[in-house]
Design a protein around this ligand. Structure first.
Ligand code: SF4
Ligand code: SF4
Length: 412
């Protein structure tokens, strides 16, 4: 047998080839499963779609299948990369809904390929100018917003005093710190009221790297996550708690796959930590929150929250669908109603496409808010600063928007 011949499926070389970009773009059966919800899951025509990119741009090139076609044409030399083509590859929220639909019948990784096509854009010099600006800011300031990093914890309430070192570290993340400080304030007040002693990284906290990873700047993301891990290891922390699902997946899946610095701590989303505090009797709800709400599953805390195991269907950590709902239902006076597309079939808020495509972002957020309003809820709640930020910009006063931490704070 030739040294380079690919052997049986148990062969390591075969497993490396399988799920690679070259394999997936050929293995895609062009079945279109990634474009819509399954018929038996559709509850109304209005909320029957699943791909924000296809919904907004309407061309097949903007579906997952279309992107597999583009990938195949690129690697076989039938198509050359252009700025227009690169733009179309970035007109996608990387929400992973197509990936969920694909995996209900195929053993493959279209979302991984869509992101890797962006690495190719960057390598060939076709990264978008809007992204280059925030990547530079990440390198120079430690955050994508060009804000001074020493102001990262300027929102800290006076009554909350983080320690220089503790077993628990609260990682605020860039979006929460600079765009939605009300979430940061509510989160630390919840920890404080449960008597949790925690530390923060202060101006040493840098972006987790997720925004760079999503746009194909994997090396920048790797540098960011490794820097953070090194500092948290030095602090001797046992648990890292973050209220941002993007940071949560960066410290978990991304770090596990790419970081050369090994984590010496566990990583939890605030929802997991709050759930344990409630179970241990350290956090009690004493006030009623008389509100009818609907819960939006963030992609990164839902279907993207756990690495996929080949041969399985359900994506994400099932705890992340149940815990926020369980906590909300236990708040006195609060009524939880469900939207049509939930859990792994949740419709994306628009994520971070607003850097380059603000109209696409606005349409996507508004569509999700329409679904929330159709439930009769007075408020949409979620547990992600990006979702909350997008919804607050899109809501136009038609529905209230809260992070779950803000709802908990009201109930303390
Ligand atoms: S990406 Fe998956 S679901 Fe979409 S056409 Fe290809 S095989 Fe089918
Ligand atoms: S990741 Fe989301 S927006 Fe992108 S192609 Fe898939 S479903 Fe559409």
């Amino acid at each position: 047998m030739s040294e380079f011949r690919v052997g049986l499926p148990s062969d390591k070389r075969w497993m490396e080839y399988k799920y690679s970009l070259a394999w997936v773009v050929q293995a895609c059966s062009r079945c279109s499963n990634c474009k819509h919800l399954h018929g038996w899951r559709i509850k109304s025509h209005r909320f029957s779609t699943i791909c924000p990119s296809l919904d907004y741009y309407l061309f097949d090139s903007h579906s997952s299948q279309g992107r597999m076609d583009i990938g195949l044409a690129l690697i076989s030399g039938k198509l050359k990369m252009t700025q227009k083509l690169a733009e179309s590859l970035y007109q996608c929220t990387l929400c992973g809904a197509c990936d969920v639909m694909c995996k209900t019948q195929n053993d493959m990784e279209p979302l991984k390929v869509i992101r890797e096509l962006r690495e190719i854009c960057v390598d060939l010099g076709f990264g978008l100018p809007q992204h280059k600006a925030f990547i530079e800011s990440m390198k120079n300031y430690g955050n994508p917003f060009g804000k001074p990093n020493e102001k990262r914890f300027a929102w800290m309430p006076k009554e909350v005093e983080p320690l220089p070192k503790a077993d628990v570290v609260y990682f605020v993340g860039c979006t929460t710190a600079y765009l939605r400080p009300e979430i940061a304030r509510a989160s630390v007040k919840v920890l404080n009221s449960a008597g949790v002693k925690f530390a923060v990284l202060g101006s040493e906290e840098y972006c987790c790297g997720k925004p760079a990873y999503k746009q194909g700047y994997t090396e920048v993301a790797k540098e960011m996550i490794e820097r953070n891990i090194r500092i948290i290891n030095e602090m001797g922390a046992k648990v890292l708690v973050t209220s941002c699902p993007g940071c949560y997946t960066s410290f978990n899946e991304f770090a596990d796959d790419y970081s050369d610095v090994k984590k010496e701590f566990e990583v939890l989303h605030l929802s997991h930590f709050v759930d344990s505090l409630i179970d241990e009797g350290k956090l009690k709800f004493t006030k009623s929150v008389n509100l009818k709400v609907t819960y939006h599953d963030p992609c990164e805390l839902g279907r993207l929250s756990k690495k996929w195991t080949p041969g399985t269907e359900v994506l994400g950590d099932p705890r992340n669908y149940e815990i926020p709902r369980k906590i909300l239902k236990s708040i006195p006076g609060l009524e939880l109603v469900e939207m049509e597309r939930i859990k792994e079939y949740s419709y994306c808020c628009g994520s971070d496409v607003g850097w380059a495509f603000p109209d696409f972002l606005m349409r996507t957020s508004r569509h999700r808010l329409e679904e929330a309003r159709a439930t009769g809820a007075e408020a949409i709640v979620s547990w992600c600063p990006t979702c909350i930020n997008n919804f607050k910009h899109a809501a136009r006063g038609r529905i209230r928007v809260y992070d779950v931490a803000e709802i908990i704070e009201k109930a303390l």
